[in-house]
Design a protein around this ligand. Structure first.
Ligand SMILES: C[S@@+](CC[C@H](N)C(=O)[O-])C[C@H]1O[C@@H](n2cnc3c(N)ncnc32)[C@H](O)[C@@H]1O
Length: 217
């Protein structure tokens, strides 16, 4: 079973921060230091530029919804060697782009029924990275279509029990042997549906930076 790379226990990191904190210069410095310390250099560089762009554009959604460096670092660590990646819940694509940046042999397909502004962030990375990313404007419950052999399924979508269970049901047949399913915001008090879905699945796994890591058999 996958482990938390730093062996951390279940932990709610501060993914969704208050707008006041986002705006504070001190927290920006802390964020930058954390990104540089924890993330692969090219991912840290993208994250910092994306964040600066979001602040200038008043893109509060990205600033509050994208993964913080600690969690992103853990996700990238468990994603290592997994080349066919699907994300359910794209948002503005920061994690999609980070996953593609972290491994030049990786393809990432990301699903979201809402096509939020991603162009400005995609423009921050090279065409060779963009070429390995596909965005699908559809609810994840629509299923994989012709996507097969998924080695990592990252679920960061509705955060509700029933849609999450429906997504697992339709995506499970598309998983490669040994695939890892990662549920974001496991145990987060604002998103009880994630833990409820994990419980309903009877899934056993590791909890890392408030993500539940499950390797279905
Ligand atoms: C927290 S944001 C995703 C953030 C993104 N994964 C990142 O790290 O930058 C959650 C996203 O899930 C999307 N969403 C909600 N219900 C969904 C569903 N049924 N299928 C796919 N995406 C969904 C929302 O539109 C929203 O963009």
């Amino acid at each position: 079973m996958a482990r938390c790379t730093r062996g951390a226990p279940a932990q709610i990191d501060s993914v969704r921060r208050s707008r006041a904190e986002v705006a504070s210069g001190t927290s920006e410095l802390r964020f930058a230091a954390s990104a540089v310390r924890r993330l692969p250099l090219r991912v840290a560089w993208f994250t910092l530029r994306a964040r600066r762009r979001a602040r200038r554009a008043g893109d509060a959604f990205s600033l509050s919804s994208a993964l913080r460096p600690q969690k992103l670092a853990e996700l990238l660590a468990v994603a290592a060697q997994r080349r066919t990646v699907v994300e359910l819940g794209t948002g503005t694509g920061w994690t999609t782009i980070a996953l593609a940046l972290a491994d030049p042999a990786r393809t990432v397909v990301s699903y979201d029924p809402v096509a939020r502004g991603r162009a400005a962030y995609l423009a921050l990375v090279a065409p060779s990275v963009r070429a390995r990313i596909s965005f699908v404007t559809a609810p994840a419950e629509d299923g994989p279509g012709d996507v097969l052999g998924v080695e990592l399924l990252f679920i960061d979508s509705s955060h509700e029990r029933e849609p999450t269970l429906a997504q697992v049901a339709v995506w499970r047949p598309a998983l490669a042997p040994g695939a890892l399913v990662v549920f974001d915001d496991y145990g987060h008090p604002d998103y009880p549906g994630v833990a409820q879905a994990v419980d309903a699945l009877g899934a056993t796994g590791a909890v890392c930076a408030s993500m539940f890591l499950w390797r279905p058999t």
